[in-house]
Design a protein around this ligand. Structure first.
Ligand code: GAP
Length: 441
């Protein structure tokens, strides 16, 4: 068994072009990250898999892409202006600031995790700090121009509830799904891309008759848990954790987290909440607009309840990376391999010429690459010797390597190497497309 640490994941991400420190040449901006050539492919695949599973594979869910900037009244109605806060205390000695609920000791006497000084909460009571990031709209920077960067994508769905129903003629139950950036001025960001101030969410608001909410809640918990497994996460690395009463957000009747065993311990990947009719009710009161649903069968209007599966794209990506990372030793040869599922792997096939000095081999390899490119994400690489090229492709999770050699020029066949088993097949060039269609599609 090998130890998998965050350091190994971070190092692989940088070395192979998945994730870079943001603004690195200026010393970096704390806890902000840029997705490199491999990271952006992986992220796009992950979001597409989610979209396929919750929108395209279902009759009852529609998509949306709402704006990040919204009317400030949205956040008054949703409770975020008053309630989206963390209680913070300052250490008088080192002047660092901490979330009270993250401090270890019990009662009113806490210990500063940085310098060990005692923090007495009676003398030094916590202050509430709002997590929403602010900016100004227009040329004048005063209170009247303050707007917020959304801290969740969900509110964009609630305020479009009537637009989506009217344009799509929907009946309950139905959902609206959206993927997009959210922003939170987190006090303690960290663990690489696990907790950042700018991140992406994948959220569904699933509207149901109030009396069916408990059943829908359980169904979504099962559906979302199985989605991670269907994309390769080991079942033993996932668990469900229902929230206790004290933990519940102000809008929730119930919430269950899907947790993953990250290298730094069990942590939240996604939450599935029963938000009741809290948001539609609040927006009805604040906007004065009728956000009820007309049930033609029962001939009455009512506010539906909402079940909300809400996951983080970056957190899911970190979980898939951690779960896929392996170090192996086969016949005295060490390799790092990213065993990503076929749907998530950034590159499906790499085409490698055995001898890059032989123009005829290179030409054939490039021809194969461009013909496969029509159907798969394929990369040509001749920047090192074959052993090194295989190891690089293993580290980025490429499913198959196609090697073109001298014999290929005579018999029209190439060697196809499987990433996981390292077994090799000799396949006719004109059969390659069908071969990969069978294996990958
Ligand atoms: N609309 C409900 C909502 O936003 P949440 O539990 O605060 O609920 C949902 O966030 C998901 O968004 C989390 O499970 C996590 O995956 C992701 N997330 C939240 N804050 C994050 C942060 N600071 N950095 C990265 N991901 C975050």
């Amino acid at each position: 068994m090998f130890d998998i640490s965050m350091d190994k994941i971070v190092s692989l991400c940088k070395r192979r072009g998945f994730i870079f420190q943001s603004s690195e040449i200026y010393g970096g901006l704390a806890s902000t990250w840029d997705y490199g050539p491999l990271g952006v492919e992986l992220k796009r695949n992950l979001k597409q898999c989610w979209w396929n599973s919750v929108v395209h594979a279902r009759e009852d869910v529609e998509g949306l892409d709402s704006a990040i900037l919204m009317h400030p009244d949205v956040w008054r109605a949703s409770g975020h202006i008053d309630g989206f806060t963390d209680p913070l205390v300052d250490c008088k000695n080192c002047k660092k600031r901490f979330r009270v609920d993250h401090l270890q000791s019990k009662g009113n006497i806490k210990k500063c995790p940085e310098c060990g000084t005692e923090i007495n909460l009676e003398k030094n009571p916590p202050r509430l700090f709002n997590l929403m990031l602010k900016t100004h709209l227009g040329p004048v920077e005063d209170d009247s121009s303050t707007i917020y960067l959304r801290p969740e994508t969900a509110q964009g769905i609630f305020v479009n509830f009537i637009n989506v129903i009217n344009s799509r003629h929907l009946k309950l139950p139905f959902g609206i799904a959206q993927i997009g950036k959210s922003f939170r001025n987190e006090i303690t960001p960290g663990n690489f891309i696990f907790r950042t101030r700018e991140f992406e969410q994948m959220e569904i608001e699933y509207f149901v008759k109030p009396e069916t909410a408990d059943t829908a809640y359980q169904q979504w918990i099962g559906q979302r848990f199985n989605w991670y497994i269907s994309l390769g996460i080991k079942k033993e690395s996932l668990r469900l954790r229902p929230h206790n009463r004290q933990e519940l957000a102000h809008y929730a009747k119930a919430c269950t987290d899907i947790e993953y065993l990250f290298p730094f311990g069990w942590s939240e990947l996604e939450g599935i909440a029963n938000r009741r009719d809290f948001d539609l009710n609040q927006h009805t009161l604040k906007s004065g607009k009728q956000l009820t649903f007309f049930d033609a069968v029962e001939n009455k209007r009512y506010l539906p309840y909402v079940i909300e599966p809400s996951g983080g794209v970056d957190r899911a990506l970190l979980a898939f990376l951690s779960d896929a990372y392996r170090e192996e030793e086969v016949k005295g040869l060490k390799r790092v391999i990213l065993g990503l599922s076929k749907d998530l792997a950034p590159y499906k096939v790499a085409v490698l010429p055995l001898l890059k000095k032989r123009g005829d081999i290179v030409e054939l390899a490039k021809k194969i690459t461009s013909s496969l490119r029509k159907d798969f994400v394929v990369k040509y690489d001749d920047t090192a010797a074959i052993g090194k090229l295989y190891r690089r492709q293993d580290e980025i999770g490429t499913l198959y390597c196609v090697t073109v050699d001298v014999q290929s020029l005579d018999d029209g066949k190439v060697t196809v190497r499987d990433r996981d088993t390292m077994l090799q097949d000799r396949v006719a060039i004109d059969m390659l497309k069908g071969y990969f269609k069978d294996k990958i599609s």
